[in-house]
Design a protein around this ligand. Structure first.
Ligand SMILES: Cc1cc2nc3c(=O)[nH]c(=O)nc-3n(C[C@H](O)[C@H](O)[C@H](O)COP(=O)(O)O)c2cc1C
Length: 129
């Protein structure tokens, strides 16, 4: 799991396109996960075989669309936490409550400012009606 900061402007549509292309590429390597974007920062979780995750992370790390990549969590797990999503993208226009709950649990191990940043933006994106 890492966070990074967008360089320039990436629209929610462009982020959805990144998530879609990533899901297709990652599936070949049995890698799943989650990509969140709040117009300024990315948060991504990659789950799968260690070598595959490391190769994909190295590619992502060098991508000029973002900078300041900081790994928040890395380690071996028994069961995928995001298996169901296969690189879900949290659409700010259609927020998913179950996705928010899993993200909140994941962010429990992140720093307080990172947590506040993502959970705060998730709240802002909730429809008021
Ligand atoms: C925030 C962000 C997340 C990305 N996530 C993935 C990913 O999970 N899998 C992937 O293959 N590429 C991902 N990419 C795209 C890669 O950085 C890279 O452009 C893509 O893998 C193609 O690499 P190549 O041109 O070396 O083949 C992501 C890019 C960004 C900006």
């Amino acid at each position: 799991m890492y966070i990074s900061t967008v360089t320039g402007t990436v629209t929610p549509q462009e982020c959805a396109a990144i998530a879609h292309a990533s899901a297709i590429r990652n599936r070949r390597d049995d890698v799943t996960g989650l990509l969140l974007f709040n117009s300024r920062r990315f948060l991504q979780v990659l789950e799968g075989p260690k070598d595959a995750v490391e190769n994909i992370f190295a590619r992502i790390h060098g991508d000029s669309r973002h900078r300041g990549v900081v790994k928040l969590r890395e380690g071996m797990i028994d069961t995928r936490e995001f298996g169901r999503w296969a690189m879900a993208y949290d659409d700010p226009l259609r927020p998913s409550d179950s996705l928010k709950d899993v993200v909140a649990a994941l962010l429990a191990s992140a720093g307080p400012s990172t947590r506040a940043h993502f959970l705060g933006s998730a709240e802002l994106h909730r429809p008021t009606a």
